[in-house]
Write a protein that binds this ligand. Structure first.
Ligand code: KIV
Ligand code: ZN
Length: 385
């Protein structure tokens, strides 16, 4: 089975969701959990965007091991220098450069001709290559770009040293059949395509981000960009849990796999939802509260007889463990720690001791401690650092 590379942009595009801002400690906590989840690359932020973004990317580069760590930049030296400054301590850094290639973006946003854009793209990739081998180039709004020009850019950035070339559907305009054909055509037209990994980055404006990503994968894309719980600009990005569980559940159809530890999906989803404040709709695929609930009598009867009658995945696979532990003043540290783990938090040492002391104080005021109480308690512990 071929491996599909999972590039997680929860901390960059995901953080661009309206109303979401994560502080440094929250971002590091999420990045550590993403590493446990087994994503191949974490896009940690956009270092030139703000001093806070720079510091977060640097802190993640310093402290998170396992995945590659990417930082986003525009196609200019200043952005690339700033990104490299944040990333250089990472064991596996990746510079991610983006530049729009569609007529509408080149004309109205960049005010550049296509010749100028092509030159900027090549210069930026060549410059970034002086810092690291690992360069991703994204042709922003690729799906609305003119095919021959897009292919010219893809070929030129690969010649300049881009190791991954990303084809975003920036505004979520594509449909699966079209997008699959689009990716296939790029593979047919670009002569040096095999020298780079082709990636896709699909937005969900029409609810087709997952379907488009999978169609692209069937037509040669080897990296899929996703965000946990599908958060991101406007209607969000392709949801990690949907893409990964589709590839897993339909593995015999696709003949592909990922490196994701499926048992960490639920925990990661909870953590991202709590820290970002982005609630998960109850009927959200895979991680929603109702994703494994069966309401009608016929369904309940079927599931009781044989789970596979109405379940194509089971909750344990993604790390949902039903336990009957009710936390209260008689609970010990082990139960406390286990409950927290199920909610996506892994506290150790001082952090655990301090949270446990505060939990016991709370137990004197409240007989039963709910998940929400625990989350509030631990979130404040993470913020305290
Ligand atoms: O949607 C998009 O095109 C992006 C790029 C920066 C990859 O987020
Ligand atoms: Zn995006």
């Amino acid at each position: 089975m071929d491996n599909i590379f999972i590039f997680d942009t929860t901390l960059r595009d995901g953080e661009q969701s309206p109303g979401v801002t994560l502080n440094l400690k929250e971002k590091v906590a999420i990045a550590k959990q993403l590493a446990k989840l087994g994503v191949d690359c974490i896009e940690a932020g956009f270092p030139i965007a703000s001093p806070g973004d720079f510091e977060s990317v640097k802190a993640i580069a310093e402290s998170v091991e396992g995945p590659e760590i990417a930082g986003l930049c525009r196609a200019n030296k200043k952005d690339i220098d700033r990104a490299w400054e944040a990333l250089k301590v990472a064991k596996k850094p990746r510079i991610h450069i983006f530049l729009a290639t569609s007529p509408i973006h080149m004309k109205h946003k960049l005010n550049k001709t296509s010749e100028e854009v092509l030159k900027m793209a090549v210069e930026a990739v060549s410059y970034a290559k002086s810092f690291t081998e690992n360069i991703e180039f994204s042709a922003e709004d690729a799906f609305r770009s003119e095919m021959n020009f897009l292919c010219e850019v893809v070929e030129a950035v690969i010649d300049a040293g881009a190791t991954t070339v990303n084809i975003p559907d920036t505004v979520g305009y594509a449909t699966p059949d079209e997008f699959g054909k689009f990716i296939k055509t790029i593979h047919e037209k670009v002569p040096n395509i095999d020298k780079a990994i082709i990636s896709v980055h699909c937005h969900n404006d029409l609810g087709m981000a997952t379907a488009n990503s999978l169609a692209a994968m069937e037509n040669g894309a080897r990296q899929i960009e996703v965000a946990m719980n599908g958060i991101g600009e406007r209607a969000g990005n392709a949801a990690l849990e949907e893409v990964v569980m589709s590839i897993y559940t339909r593995r015999h159809y696709y003949n592909k796999k990922t490196n994701i530890n499926l048992g960490e999906i639920y925990r990661t989803s909870k953590l991202v939802s709590h820290l970002s404040g982005m609630q998960i709709q109850p009927n959200k695929s895979v991680v929603g509260r109702n994703a494994f609930a069966h309401e009608s009598g016929v369904h309940q009867d079927g599931v009781l007889k044989e789970r596979e009658t109405y379940e194509i995945m089971n909750p344990e696979m993604i790390g949902i463990h039903v336990n009957n532990i009710v936390l209260g003043k008689h609970s010990g540290r082990h139960a406390f720690k286990t409950q927290l783990k199920d909610l996506g938090y892994e506290l150790e040492g001082e952090g655990l001791n301090s949270a446990f002391d505060r939990f016991k104080e709370l137990c004197d005021r409240k007989k039963e401690i709910s998940d929400e109480d625990l989350i509030a308690l631990v979130d404040s512990e993470i913020l305290k650092g």
